[in-house]
Design a protein around this ligand. Structure first.
Ligand SMILES: Nc1ncnc2c1ncn2[C@@H]1O[C@H](COP(=O)(O)OP(=O)(O)OP(=O)(O)O)[C@@H](O)[C@H]1O
Ligand SMILES: [Mg+2]
Length: 309
């Protein structure tokens, strides 16, 4: 079966891909053995937890030059579903998260979370922005408490301490951010994100500043925390391997203005261990599909193992 671009019109009533609809081929190479891309399950399409409807956004420069960033963008995410978004720099990924978190009002369209249109800061959203964005004048504990303060939640010190313990930072509660390693800061950021018990996590390249080894540790820590209490996640990343390792679905966006090029279901059993996944043929097939949709050549196997050794 040839792979092709997917659009909402490709969905039949059950949310499965409709083979009779037309679409342009995405992948030219070795597609015959590749797994079929699957769109939303029937449950997801009937009762999505997050629904992005007809979202478009145009930024205007000081001289009024328009930058169309997202164009008539639709996306549905089920309860507890983990999706990753990859796409070229500047295509609108951060813009999408900013709209979903209520920080940015879009030019057109809407985002619904649990049926309610997003407007303003959302209690049910946990946003982990690019880089850790921690407050250097606060301690580790103070940074976790800060998220609780913003959302006017109580029991702040007890919750912060418990979260720091869960990410392996017991004993570091009173350290200032400047006294922590990059990996420790990332743990504080993860603790802060989970502290408010969000119903949906929005994560913008949360692991990109980390070295490969710390990143793999953070993936495992994050997955353990997520597996406990599965919430919907939108993870933006430039790391295609990370997207496959963590997500249930990987969405590939086109260059700006971003539209969906490929919506690929990742059917790898959980719990997943990154170092075992890299040896699986299925993992490599997903990697090939995603790189093809992004428009780059698949990295050689030797490059892949080098980047994860
Ligand atoms: N506040 C802003 N004012 C004007 N233009 C903006 C603003 N924020 C983003 N843009 C423009 O919108 C486009 C999309 O930006 P966005 O940050 O969403 O991209 P991205 O996909 O997250 O890119 P990256 O992968 O590099 O983080 C870019 O062309 C950017 O220059
Ligand atoms: Mg960005």
């Amino acid at each position: 079966m040839a792979l092709r671009k997917l659009a909402n019109s490709d969905l039949n009533q059950d949310g499965a891909v409709d083979d009779t609809s037309s679409g342009s081929p995405v992948v030219a190479r070795g597609t015959s053995e590749l797994p079929r891309p699957v769109l939303a399950s029937s449950e997801r399409s009937r009762d999505p937890y997050v629904e992005v409807r007809g979202l478009s956004h145009v930024f205007y420069a000081r001289d009024d030059t328009p930058t169309p960033t997202l164009l008539d963008f639709d996306l549905q995410i089920g309860r507890g579903e983990f999706i990753a978004i990859v796409g070229p720099s500047g295509c609108g990924k951060t813009t999408l998260l900013n709209v979903a978190s209520g920080l940015l009002v879009p030019s057109a369209g809407t985002v619904l979370i649990d049926g309610e249109p997003v407007s303003g800061i959302q209690q049910k959203v946990g946003y982990m922005p690019a880089r850790d964005a921690l407050l250097p004048w606060r301690t580790a504990e103070g940074n976790v408490e800060y998220a609780l303060e913003i959302k006017r939640m109580g029991d702040r010190q007890a919750v912060a301490r418990d979260m720091l313990r869960r990410v392996g930072l017991a004993g570091y509660e009173r350290r200032y951010i400047g006294e922590l390693s990059q990996g420790m800061r990332q743990r504080v950021a993860i603790a802060r994100t989970f502290a408010t018990a969000p119903q949906i996590l929005l994560m913008d390249e949360p692991f990109s500043a980390l070295d490969a080894q710390t990143r793999a540790q953070m993936h495992e820590l994050f997955m353990q925390m997520w597996e406990n209490d599965r919430k919907a996640v939108i993870l933006v990343t430039h790391d295609v391997s990370e997207a496959i390792t963590l997500a249930d679905r990987v969405i590939v966006l086109s260059p700006r203005p971003g539209t969906i090029r490929l919506d690929l279901a990742i059917e790898l059993a959980r719990p997943r261990r990154a170092r075992e996944l890299y040896h699986q043929e299925q993992f490599r097939q997903y990697l090939a599909q995603l790189w093809d949709a992004l428009g780059y050549d698949t990295p050689d196997a030797k490059d892949l193992s080098a980047s994860h050794s």
